[in-house]
Design a protein around this ligand. Sequence first.
Ligand code: NCD
Length: 308
Amino acid sequence: MKFKGHHIISMTSFSRDMIDSILETAERMEPIALGKQRSDLLSGKVLAVLFFEPSTRTRMSFETAMYRLGGNVLNLGSIDASSIAKGETLADTIRVVDGYADAIVLRHPKEGAARLASEFSTVPILNAGDGAGHHPTQTLLDLYTIKRESHLEGVKIALAGDLKYGRTVHSLCYALSLYGADITLISPMELRMPEEIIKDLEKRGAKVTETDSIEHAINEVDVLYMTRIQKERFLDPTEYEKVANKLKITPELLANVKTELKILHPLPRVNEIHTGVDEMPHACYFRQAFYGVPVRMALLALVLGAME
Ligand code: NCD
């Protein structure tokens, strides 16, 4: 499958074959991601990393993915220390960085920023989150985690938390619809999944159910995907306070669920998963964060044309 030169903007343009091919490549990357094997696959290649919003996992796993494959990373660093502080537009920044790097990872607070960047870039743009829009590379590692820890085909999955502003769940549910998933959406009323996304999912053949109760759903599903309430997207802090503590997972709540239930979270968590859950067999979220490395190695090797 040819990915060379492709922009990675949204999961809506991915076919199941494309996803499967990335996940298979990621599996082959695991020994290198673990530091057990060395590779020079991306030697001489430069990845530019432009983060206009905070990040730990996405930025660092892209960086380590590049280093593990023998490539180099050029990090814009703090926005305040760059020309963006002088008023430079995103389009101009991209046009310039395009000349310095072989691919660009971009995270930006505005929805559509990665798509806009792709119109000004001759090198692949990898969307690392555009506001409340999409986060396709997170979805690929989420799918990889589901495949490794449970199963993808026909998976029964609950997505819980901030389904309105959460870009990880927006991207993930489009991909899940390609695997015949049975999707339960759990959120406070105020943070429901946008109607147009639910309609799209139904058109794509997914079974979608909405609820505001986590207690019932956890006995029915194979995977529970928890998310943080996206505080930074609220215009009014009192609106955030109203929903901040509505959905929480505790060891007590999980006392009687089947041992096969797997709990994922893109992280960072705030208080939606009690730390007591971390030692339970359900918890997959720290392994999930590691899987970001082999998955992003695979993506980089594919879009840079080092593999097919
Ligand atoms: C997510 C994001 O940035 O959308 N984090 C991540 O990339 N792992 C989730 C979040 O911030 O809640």
